[in-house]
Ligand binder design. Sequence first.
Ligand SMILES: CC(C)(COP(=O)(O)OP(=O)(O)OC[C@H]1O[C@@H](n2cnc3c(N)ncnc32)[C@H](O)[C@@H]1OP(=O)(O)O)[C@@H](O)C(=O)NCCC(=O)NCCS
Length: 316
Amino acid sequence: MKSSRRKKKTIIFPESGDERVLNAVKKILKEKAAKVVLIDNGSNDLKKLSDNKDLLIIDSEFSSQFLKEFHKLRSAKKKDQKISQSEKEINDPLTFGCMLLKNNYADGLIAGSFYSTSAVLRNAISIIGTARNCNSVSSFFLFTFPEKHIHSKKILAYADCGVIPYPDANQLSDIAVSTSENFRKLTGIVPKVAFLSFSTKGSAESDALNKITEAVKLTKRRKPKLISDGELQFDAAFNKEVAGRKDPDGIIKGEANVFIFPDLNSGNIAYKITERIGEAFATGPVLQGLSKPVMDLSRGCSAEDIFNMSLIISNI
Ligand SMILES: CC(C)(COP(=O)(O)OP(=O)(O)OC[C@H]1O[C@@H](n2cnc3c(N)ncnc32)[C@H](O)[C@@H]1OP(=O)(O)O)[C@@H](O)C(=O)NCCC(=O)NCCS
């Protein structure tokens, strides 16, 4: 990953009762990788963290400051929402953490060692909201390869592998634009985006292709300078010889590095095959499309995984 030369980012961790989170926080502070905001849920472990100018511990009672704003947000979606219900909800560290992020107490938030993916996503979507010019929250994985691997010099991105089960053409285009922007920020490499399919430029006929060809058109219209093309089979997108035969006039020329999958089934299956059979190192899922970065952890994550997510927030 490209090293960050930007100002140190501030990251909120709502799950301060988790030992893995605290170990990651200790490493972040030791390596001066970011500033940290921890939400104090009464855990004694927080007292063990030494004083550090880059660490802010916020008492969960401070959430009452945001009750009015939060209740307004909830009532806009649910007319009969009672203030007592909003009070209960905002006491939840994840919800409170998202309100802190919305109110500029930090640049990003990392959660999911305890909370489920859908809890992280629902809070992030409903409180933080989507980024400008993007209506879809999605996710991507970055892949690197071991030194002796045939693709050791490559870095690839796959999306969406974790959020939108059946993306339509607009959502596929959002996924492509977000992933290409983040790929460039994290790697410094020019993205070449392939919209994947079982067909290459009309080699097959099926209604299943319509949303993919529509997404290609939309993306080219939205981002004319972005190198993007489709529909393409994986081999035509990834291999120069096959591209020469199947798509001789295409702009990708077998050099795609950002792969957009037609749905969550294919994206999720492909990332696991790439990891398990392709022996690639997978980083992610990295959430994208939110107006401020929120990262979702796997509940089986290690302190090292949490630390790596903080590096991603620092770089996007
Ligand atoms: C993201 C997710 C939590 C949304 O579920 P949900 O809350 O039931 O979604 P709903 O369709 O009821 O939508 C609720 C609101 O969120 C919005 N929304 C839902 N998914 C969204 C997305 N990906 N991007 C932006 N907005 C989204 C909807 O537009 C709706 O907004 P509105 O209230 O203004 O109308 C759900 O799709 C999910 O759990 N995805 C993850 C899939 C998964 O299990 N992944 C695990 C690994 S593969």
